[in-house]
Design a protein around this ligand. Sequence first.
Ligand SMILES: Cc1cc2nc3c(=O)[nH]c(=O)nc-3n(C[C@H](O)[C@H](O)[C@H](O)COP(=O)(O)O)c2cc1C
Length: 228
Amino acid sequence: MPQALSTEQVKELVQLYAQAARNAVEAGFDGVELHCANGYLVNQFISAHSNQRTDEYGGSLSNRLRFLREITEAVAEVVGKDRVGVRFAPLFASTDEARVYLGLVEENPHETYLEAVRLMEQIGIAYVSLAEADWDNAPELPITFRQAVREAFSGLLMYAGKYSSERANKVLNANWGDLIGFGRWFIANPDLPARLLNQWPLNELDASSLYGGTAAGYSDYPRYRPSL
Ligand SMILES: Cc1cc2nc3c(=O)[nH]c(=O)nc-3n(C[C@H](O)[C@H](O)[C@H](O)COP(=O)(O)O)c2cc1C
């Protein structure tokens, strides 16, 4: 059975995040992204559904954001705030979907994640990456939320999740974000930027090989060859 961390252990974890970031930069990485989305540990602190702590890391919104704040400050301190990014998953979904999605959906995602982004602004990190729901008929991020995040954060904003070039351009042209991330399209198209730029057709993704563990579906998707 999973066991709740003691308050002391949470504080040790903050130091371990700092050490891990230091190690990464010493090993030659340009920067560190703190993964605070999709049900991972930091997300579990943020969500009122999963966070059942009664110490200073649970309860009120500012308590639930304390772990996020402490690790971001600690990591920014050791590697420099301009080398730090953070990924959130502000899922706007009905309660039913919340139950199936790791039980992590907030009662008020707008309030929770706007506050989280404001914290990131105070610390002054390089970018915030927002992971959007990427399954069929997934809930869209409300425009009011995109606008509020844009106003609250002066660094770079990235979005990812089920983007087509058309949707990506819409977000960029509206100035809601600076960068768009592609997942599945990139897996199936090693030359994706050139294909998007030139409006070349895309390879179909073979979803059955996504977790295959061999070269098939990993390094054998062809680059685009214009027919002569
Ligand atoms: C095969 C696969 C595995 C993924 N694994 C993770 C993961 O472990 N953690 C995570 O946060 N996101 C994961 N993602 C989501 C991606 O980080 C990204 O947000 C998503 O693929 C973007 O949507 P798109 O594929 O529609 O472009 C995964 C995506 C794919 C396709």
